[in-house]
Design a protein around this ligand. Structure first.
Ligand code: HEC
Ligand code: HEC
Length: 209
């Protein structure tokens, strides 16, 4: 190695050391600042936890549930079963639908028509389209006379999946709600409040070849 080159190398090494040295000082300062930042953050957190602890509300077992009595016995619990409509079909008033194409609730009494069995489904006796008009009943809609899985038109026959009406249609009773229900159903148009049109809207937005 020549003399010149050796000097250049030494200068370079020194330069690196200087940079490295000041770097150390800088990072030392930074580290100290970071540590003190961290300490402040921990203190802030501790203060927040203390504040939270002061604000904790203790609920008793009785206050926890919707029922306002002890949760450990059923003895004092008498559920409000409400009073179901006992009106005969033809004398009751249909109830506005909950939302567009929702299953309408049953406005009339049903105790005379239960149980619904394979051999005896009295609902059909009044609601099938061919008899409904004569009975003054609302006719079972087209959607119930189609196999919705395959789209097959059952040519006036009720789909097996619709046989047990009570799976979807429920009788109504006046029971004060435990929690206020603020749900508001949407309707495409005003007729949707009292009629369904599922078969016309079912494929809305889907393109079918
Ligand atoms: C004797 C005939 C008859 C029988 C049986 C009958 N219904 Fe009805 N149903 C009616 C009539 C009529 C109405 C219209 C309301 C009225 O006039 O009371 C009605 C209304 C309804 C409605 C409301 C429709 C709407 O547009 O809001 C539903 C749902 C319903 N019935 C379901 C049933 C189910 C489920 C059964 C069997 C458990 C049943 N019905 C048995 C005659 C009957
Ligand atoms: C799987 C759920 C389901 C079952 C089971 C079912 N329905 Fe429905 N029903 C609906 C829904 C959802 C609607 C509203 C949308 C539509 O028309 O399909 C409806 C609508 C109706 C309507 C109103 C028709 C109109 O023009 O507005 C009547 C009446 C009705 N159903 C009677 C019955 C009867 C009677 C049975 C039993 C033989 C039955 N449904 C079984 C879900 C059901």
């Amino acid at each position: 190695m020549s003399g010149l080159n050796k000097r250049t190398v030494i200068a370079a090494v020194m330069a690196v050391m200087m940079v490295y040295g000041t770097g150390c000082v800088e990072s030392d300062k930074e580290q100290k600042a970071a540590v003190s930042d961290q300490q402040t953050a921990v203190k802030d957190q501790e203060a927040a936890v203390q504040e939270q602890e002061a604000a904790v509300i203790i609920y008793t077992e009785e206050e926890l549930g919707l029922r306002k009595v002890t949760l450990y016995t059923e003895e004092t619990v008498v559920p409000d079963r409400g009073v179901y409509s006992a009106e005969d079909p033809g004398t009751s008033q249909t109830v506005e639908r909950a939302f567009d194409n929702s299953p309408p609730v049953i406005p009339h009494g049903i105790s005379d028509f239960l149980p619904v069995t394979r051999e005896n489904n009295m609902c059909i006796g009044c609601h099938m389209p061919d008899v409904a008009e004569d009975m003054g009943a609302v006719a079972i809609p087209k959607s119930h006379l189609v196999n919705l899985r395959t789209g097959e038109d059952l040519k006036g026959e009720l789909s097996g999946s619709r046989f047990n009406c009570l799976l979807c249609h429920a009788p109504q009773a006046e029971i004060p709600p435990l929690v206020k229900n603020s749900f508001q159903g949407g309707f495409r148009d005003e007729t949707g409040r009292s009629r369904s049109n599922l078969m016309e809207t079912l494929n809305e937005g889907a393109s079918i070849e």
